[in-house]
Design a protein around this ligand. Structure first.
Ligand SMILES: [Zn+2]
Length: 63
């Protein structure tokens, strides 16, 4: 499992740190790193990461 900080909020403790499954693991769910609450499935994470990669892209040259 990988411990990362995401732009997500745990529904239980409002934490931003989550445990991510590696590709080899069969349980493709994300759990809160603080309280262990179930957060979402890997598919949802992919959407979040895709969205974040877009929002964090340094392409704000035009004003
Ligand atoms: Zn939590």
């Amino acid at each position: 499992m990988l411990k990362v900080t995401l732009e997500l909020r745990c529904n239980v403790c409002n934490g931003e740190r989550f445990m991510l499954p590696t590709l080899e693991e069969t349980d493709q769910t994300i759990r809160c790193a603080e309280c262990g609450a179930f957060k979402c499935h890997g598919d949802d994470l992919e959407r979040v990461l895709a969205r974040d990669s877009v929002t964090q892209r340094p392409a704000r040259l035009a004003s």
